[in-house]
Design a protein around this ligand. Structure first.
Ligand code: NAP
Length: 270
């Protein structure tokens, strides 16, 4: 006999509850009922809209998943329709296509967000690239510099320009940077073009914060640490949960500063 399981999720007095119903599909009889309740971690985030770029995998997917769990309506921004839709389905989010290195894609994306959501509370600029050939600044091609800067630094600023008008009642912009972009730590010699792109993103963060201060929009950069993803590789010490933590904290904590760089929920020097 084949059984069908249905999972219903509903809100009750600020809590999330789930009912799993087990149905015998031959005659439609309900064979079992399983109830479980879960205290929602942060109900006050309800009616809030968050965009996460590069949310189809890695740290971006985990940030999107955690924000959704915290009550946000999450816009899964990804360049691949199939992967983006798949990720959105998994977390109960909404997919909208976005290639952060393409200006037309950014303006189409912002139009779509405005049409379907009308406002945005949080923008997480997470999408990023690191090419294997990025190993030596003495031989690095300008094409590598252009594509890396376009994706990791210029795209986030163009997206912020397109989205901040939808943050009418204030908002938060969170740029996923890297320790490699630090101007304080020494140069490690790895992926120099990527590291410079993150220094550029850090600098953009400070200037965006200055220009958006009067609009109650905070702009901060986050170093997620070395994380086990396609980019970070298998040897990285952190899992995606640890990598996502500081960005989710900045999106949900009561008050945020602006124009700062964070790692493990603590301010670090740029
Ligand atoms: N992993 C680490 O150890 C580490 C450390 C420090 C900082 N970071 C930063 O954390 C962020 C996420 O990294 P990750 O480790 O999760 O990397 P990942 O697993 O390689 O994922 C990168 C994500 O960015 C997306 N992406 C790349 N170019 C894009 C574009 N032009 N438009 C839209 N999406 C694009 C990818 O989409 P596709 O699937 O379509 O390629 C993918 O969803 C990045 O900004 C990275 O620099 C990572």
């Amino acid at each position: 006999m084949q059984l069908i399981y249905e999972l219903w999720n509903f809100q009750c007095n600020g809590n999330s509850a789930y009912i799993a119903i087990e149905i015998n599909d031959d005659v439609g009889n309900v064979k079992g009922l399983h109830l479980s309740g879960k205290q929602s971690t942060n109900m006050k985030q309800e009616n809030k809209i968050a965009i996460v770029t590069g949310a189809n995998r890695g740290i971006g997917f985990e940030i999107a998943r955690q924000l959704s769990e915290n009550g946000f309506s999450v816009i899964v921004a990804a360049r691949d329709k199939k992967k983006g839709n798949g990720a959105a389905e998994k977390i109960g989010g909404h997919f909208i296509q976005l290639d952060v290195s393409n200006e037309k894609s950014i303006s189409d994306f912002a139009d779509e967000v405005k049409k379907n959501f009308g406002k945005v509370d949080v923008l997480v600029n997470n999408a990023g690239m690191l090419e294997k050939m990025d190993s030596d600044i003495l031989t690095a091609k300008s094409s590598l510099m252009n594509s890396t800067f376009a994706t990791n630094a210029i795209g986030p600023v163009l997206l912020a320009q397109a989205i901040f008008p939808l943050m009418e009642k204030g908002g938060r912009i969170i740029n996923i940077s890297s320790g490699g972009g630090s101007m304080t730590d020494g140069v490690g010699g790895w992926s120099p073009i990527y590291c410079v792109s993150k220094s550029l993103l850090n600098s953009f963060t400070r200037h965006l914060a200055y220009f958006l201060k009067g609009k109650e929009i905070s702009v901060n950069a986050v170093d997620p640490g070395w994380v086990r993803t396609d980019m970070g590789g298998k040897s990285a010490p952190r899992d995606v949960g640890e990598g996502a933590d500081t960005a989710v904290w900045l999106a949900t904590t009561e008050k945020t500063p602006t124009g700062k760089f964070f790692r493990d929920r603590k301010e670090i020097p740029f």
